[in-house]
Design a protein around this ligand. Sequence first.
Ligand code: URA
Length: 204
Amino acid sequence: DPAVTLERDGIHSLEELKQATMRCRECPIGEFATQSVTGEGRLQAKLMFVGEQPGDQEDLRGHPFVGPAGQLLDRALAQLGLPRDEIFVSNAVKHFKFELRGKRRIHKSPSQREAAACLHWLEDEIALVRPRALVALGATAARSLMGRMVAVTAERGKWLERPDGRRVLITLHPSALLRMPPEEREAAFEAFVADLAQAREVFQ
Ligand code: URA
């Protein structure tokens, strides 16, 4: 029950959630990140998007999905006529995990333990925003939201149901598109948009 986690964490607003995650050291990532990045968007949004974790730009700027993956997500939303201020955008993990290579910070995927440690913050966000439905962008988000492993390539474009009754639309992470060879990217982007098109029914 998400309301139970809100109570446990003593969180009453998104601002309190931001402050609490800033201090969070329940896993090792927080110590090395610039700041925590919590979800943003419309409070009481009907639809909530969940990614993996903030990237380099998000970590520096303090906002979710503002780097290259965010720009791709924005392009998909624009194509669908879904304004970003109608939705809520967040991540399964609230701090940026990276490996230093020279001066560059290279994204590292969070471990299952780290994602599990962060889950109560994500559940707090869901309890505060109370979306009708969610979109899981990639395997980390899908696993956190569903409480089990989800085979994203097999389940993409499908709605799954959480124990709390909320539906979760499964699709790829936009970063997966950015890693594809350029000649495959356009078709992959159209398939991504086609997955997301199903989420429009939430607004009807
Ligand atoms: N990738 C994510 O999963 N989340 C962000 O906020 C940015 C990139």
